[in-house]
Unconditional design. Structure first.
Length: 93
């Protein structure tokens, strides 16, 4: 599913009257989520799941072509954990 698909479903639900308005809402929601995650905040969506920013520490890695050891820098990653409600609905499938 793409952002465009989300906008189409929002339009089909009757929540908005134009496709442009639906696209603007979807873009605004994702922009707000991105800004919150970039500032280190968690994003919690009730009955869906949590997006959490985690810091990974620097570690020793290996170049697979040469076998040379290299240091991989620390970085921030986003992890998603689905809610129990979503997991249950996926199991019922």
């Amino acid at each position: 599913m793409t952002k465009s698909d989300l906008a189409d479903r929002l339009l089909a639900s009757g929540a908005v009257s134009t496709k442009a308005e639906a696209h603007d809402i979807v873009e605004a929601v994702f922009a707000a989520m991105k800004d919150a995650l970039a500032s280190g905040e968690d994003v919690k969506l009730s009955r869906f799941g949590n997006f959490v920013v985690r810091d990974k520490v620097a570690r020793l890695g290996r170049n697979p072509q040469t076998g040379e050891e290299i240091t991989l820098d620390g970085r921030r990653v986003v992890r998603f954990r689905g809610s129990q409600v979503m997991k249950t609905s996926l199991e019922k499938g």
